[in-house]
Design a protein around this ligand. Sequence first.
Ligand code: IPE
Ligand code: MG
Length: 226
Amino acid sequence: MDGNGRWAADRHLPRVEGHRAGIESVRDSVELSARLGIEVLTLYAFSVENWKRPPAEVAVLMGLLKRYLKLELATLLANNVRFRVIGSQAELAPDVRAELDVAQDKTAANTGMLFNIALNYSGRAEIVAAARRALRAGVAPDELDEARFAGLLYTAGQPDPDLLIRTSGEMRVSNFLLWQIAYAEIWVTETYWPDFRARHLLEAVLAYQKRDRRYGGIKEPAVVGR
Ligand code: IPE
Ligand code: MG
């Protein structure tokens, strides 16, 4: 979710107004994804690197997160959405963690879309943490394969993303799901996150459906005459 600051700057507003406006885009994206039958939606809300921002901006982001969870929990429950946090929760403030715990606990038994929020997340840190977990568990080197390793990540048991959407035109991955996006299709839109609504998501999904995914293989020849 990128481009909040630029969206606000275009309107001569403080950056935080962009974050505030972005909440509506979150609502739209979660709702449409659930309606489309998307299995997993992961929104990148706050990276480990985002702590470098001014404390006042971080505080607004955390406050918005808390408010979003309070206001949207009923909707998440009504839509059978299961909410999960990926990232290190230990460094988050107790009040934020409490709100996240409530949302995760209350939606834990839901069977519909899984909605991951990446918070205090870093793809590299996730990979290092997984390696540490493997070592601590005493996994023998020969027993460690890709499937086993994937099971040590925050996203254990989840399918890899099929589509990665980047808003605001940035052509980089920014430490997001580095392991999991190995074969994800990438869609970059110039649209700033606060302007990104259901129709933009639909546009990305339609473009994705036209992609030819080969996973390093070649296109299957058509079967003729049978
Ligand atoms: C994304 O918008 C929001 C978060 C990182 C939480 P930015 O704040 O990065 O917006 P720009 O990149 O300055 O426009
Ligand atoms: Mg940005």
